[in-house]
Design a protein around this ligand. Structure first.
Ligand code: HEM
Length: 414
């Protein structure tokens, strides 16, 4: 791949985002902490530098909402948001010590025991989704497994009936689009309408769960007290649910879809999993490393600092590029190659690290393991359907995910 002129590089352009890996490598070699020309944004690409940044929330804050709200300076958009609930910083965009108050509660709500208890439901859903197309020989895998599976799982826990799943998907997409910051004005208006609709729907649901508690995540959020000895307010719960939707749906969908493509492109690695399914949990880590569905995240610099020997003034923004760190050759040799038996694959930073380490990591791993195990067991001879796959990704600054995935397959003979 040709080297790019860093003085001219438009890092967030659709072109670079579609195929970023040679740019990551060049930045790691030549400018591992690189200031985007004419901006106060620094892109951090080396594993150890990213690690240092994300483990220091004092100097590198997650309160980057100013960046997200920049797009809603449009008066019509703001007027729509005014009809909804206040957006409270809870998890992703909150810093310690306040972050801890919320995180302690959701850690309990997302306990290992609860996620383990969700396993039979995830298995049943996966089987049911595959039953619907197993005799067809070809499937739009993205829309008939990768998208619905995480939504079914989270909908069950959020108390949303199946008949309303399309709404949940619409709200999740709107929230992800807002986070991705590439929406045009028309989309910003639609996003605002969808997000406000989401807020009112869940505000009613919270009232109902307070009257009639159940054993699920929404009920726990509505009824458990935080360390301050009070229930969460509605805007606080809405903020959390919105993050759970965005952080949990898109990313898991993208990891399953990206994983299947990787296995099609690496038939020898796929054969190892078919021969020995015990390798699947390790393969999931390798898929997470290579796909890194949350390609990057923002940090706001709270005081003059230096990272990787580069001075960074207070008020700058860092783009910590997890996807680049996960291909740092000094940590993962032959980093672009898929090796399902790579011994340090689980050192990847696809779930972040430290204070904001992904709340849903165990759930996502469980979903991925079940989806791949079931697909490999029930289908064989995977191929990409010619003419139906662009293998391009949705334009998004933070999240990376395929736009289409149609595969051909044989029904496995058991
Ligand atoms: C493959 C799937 C997933 C990936 C790659 C992923 C990735 C990440 C990353 C990188 C972060 C850290 C962001 C930062 O450092 O600023 C994060 C945080 C978070 N994730 Fe995930 N995630 C996934 C699935 C999920 C699921 C299934 C849920 C919930 C159902 C979830 C909920 C969250 C939440 C709430 C946070 C914020 C935590 C906090 O700030 O304390 N994620 N995720």
């Amino acid at each position: 791949m040709s080297r790019v002129d860093l003085a001219e590089l438009d890092f967030f352009s659709a072109e670079v985002q579609e195929c970023p890996f040679h740019v990551y490598r060049q930045l790691q070699d030549e400018a591992p902490v690189w200031q985007m020309p004419g901006t106060n944004v620094f892109v951090v690409t080396r594993y150890n530098d990213i690690r240092e940044v994300i483990r220091d929330p004092g100097r590198f804050s997650n309160n980057f909402s100013a960046l997200l709200n920049a797009g809603s300076s449009n008066k019509e958009v703001s007027a729509i948001y005014e009809q909804g609930y206040e957006m409270v910083e809870t998890l992703l965009t909150q810093d310690p010590p306040r972050h801890r108050v919320y995180r302690n509660l959701v850690n309990k709500v997302f306990s290992n025991k609860r996620i383990e208890g969700m396993r039979p439901f995830i298995e049943t859903m996966t089987e049911e989704l595959i039953d619907q197309w197993i005799d067809e020989g070809e499937v739009d895998l993205l829309n008939r497994l990768c998208v619905p599976l995480p939504i079914y799982v989270i909908a069950d826990q959020l108390g949303v009936p199946r008949s309303e799943l399309t709404l949940l998907k619409k709200w999740s997409d709107a929230s992800a689009s807002r986070l991705g910051q590439l929406a045009n004005e028309q989309q910003q208006l639609e996003n605002a309408r969808d997000i406000v609709e989401f807020q009112h729907y869940f505000a009613d649901l919270i009232d109902r769960k307070r009257e009639q508690p159940e054993d699920n995540i929404i009920s726990d959020l509505a009824n458990n007290t935080i360390d301050e000895g009070r229930l969460l307010t509605k805007p606080e719960i809405l903020g959390m649910v919105q993050q759970i939707l965005v952080a949990g749906n898109e990313t898991s969908t993208n990891a399953i879809a990206g994983g299947v493509v990787l296995l099609i492109q690496n038939p020898e690695e796929q054969a190892k999993l078919r021969a020995n399914p015990d390798l699947i949990p390790g393969a999931v880590e390798e898929i997470l490393r290579l796909e890194t569905p949350t390609a990057g995240m923002w940090r706001r610099v709270t005081e003059d600092a230096a990272v990787g020997g580069v001075d960074i003034p207070e008020g700058s923004f860092l783009m910590v590029r997890f996807a680049a760190g996960n291909r740092d050759e000094s940590i993962f040799p032959c980093s672009g190659a898929m090796q399902v038996e790579r011994d340090n694959a689980d050192s990847h930073m696809a779930f972040g690290q430290g204070t904001h380490f992904c709340l849903g990591a165990q759930l996502a791993r469980t979903e991925l393991q079940i989806a791949l195990t079931t697909l490999l067991r029930r289908t064989d001879n995977w191929g990409l359907v010619e003419g139906k796959n662009t293998l391009e990704h949705h334009p998004n600054v933070l999240l990376r995910g395929l736009m289409d995935l149609h595969i051909s397959f044989d029904k496995a003979t058991v």
